[in-house]
Ligand binder design. Structure first.
Ligand SMILES: C[S@@+](CC[C@H](N)C(=O)[O-])C[C@H]1O[C@@H](n2cnc3c(N)ncnc32)[C@H](O)[C@@H]1O
Length: 253
């Protein structure tokens, strides 16, 4: 388990910052699956430091709930991701502090793989969604792992990452068991803003990714040494932009 009340909580905001246009692109990507009416009510499940939460309130004109179990992450959100239509609540995916049929959409943005009981979590998602509501599971999948450029520096990183995630078929089976209808295909969303090698190094060296919690210390050290040497040679090289995988699931009417 990654401890978001500890070191990760202190580096998350700087290491995982999203540019405002990236947040807008995500909100627009979700809007394509949700009703055109406003307001549309959204639950940001595992909202962390509130990286996306105020942007959702802007797009969908609130109210938006951010449910987050880590006190440190939630307090960061309450201080730095404030919006009049956003309410942050202490809670977990397995026990969502909202009544039945409250929201039109649920976003699980890189949080699902942290849920200890994923079936219970999806049953809870179904409970709080209105009939016809949509859940968005933005995640990696063990059978759809991207070939990230920085994996070259850390030989076990891709395998470590793949071990954190379930396959698409496994997640779809859980969704069906929970009473949600997964879409046939995983969608690929490109919202990332391109970064130089130096910018990528600056972010990654904060180790605000779960991957680094599981890598041996010597591999982290030697990887960042090689990475830094490449940055010194070629700091402005523009690095590839990756698309993000997202599974869309509907609560049947
Ligand atoms: C990688 S962060 C993502 C945060 C946010 N969605 C974002 O994209 O910035 C994962 C978050 O999931 C939260 N989390 C862990 N277990 C959870 C659970 N059982 N229910 C809800 N959230 C959980 C963590 O505390 C952490 O804030």
């Amino acid at each position: 388990m990654v401890d978001y009340n500890g070191r990760m909580g202190s580096v998350y905001v700087a290491g995982r910052r999203m540019a405002p246009e990236e947040v807008r692109r995500w909100s627009a990507a979700l809007a394509a699956y949700l009703p055109e009416k406003r307001p549309v009510q959204i639950l940001d499940l595992g909202s962390g430091s509130g990286r996306l939460t105020p942007g959702l309130a802007e797009e969908f004109q609130g109210p938006v709930y951010g449910v987050e179990p880590s006190d440190r992450m939630r307090e960061t959100a309450e201080q730095s991701a404030v919006h009049p239509s956003v309410t942050y609540l202490k809670g977990s995916a397995e026990d969502i502090p909202l009544p039945e049929a409250t929201v039109d959409g649920v976003l699980m943005f890189l949080s699902f793989h942290h849920f200890p009981d994923q079936l219970k979590a999806l049953q809870e998602v179904r409970r709080v969604l209105r009939p016809g509501g949509v859940a968005f599971l933005r995640s990696q999948f063990s059978d759809l792992m991207p070939d990230l450029f920085w994996y070259d520096y850390f030989p076990s990183a891709q395998v470590v990452d793949a071990g954190m995630y379930r396959s698409v078929a496994e997640v779809k089976a859980l969704a069906r068991e929970a009473g949600l209808e997964p879409a046939e295909d995983v969608v690929h969303v490109t919202t990332e803003t391109s970064r130089t090698l130096r910018e990528s190094y600056e972010r990654l060296s904060l180790r605000a990714l779960s991957t680094f919690e599981y890598l041996p210390a010597d591999e982290i050290e030697s990887g960042f040494e090689r990475f830094a040497a490449d940055v010194a040679r070629d700091p402005d090289r523009v690095m590839p932009v990756y698309s993000a995988a997202m599974l869309v699931m509907t609560r049947p009417s």
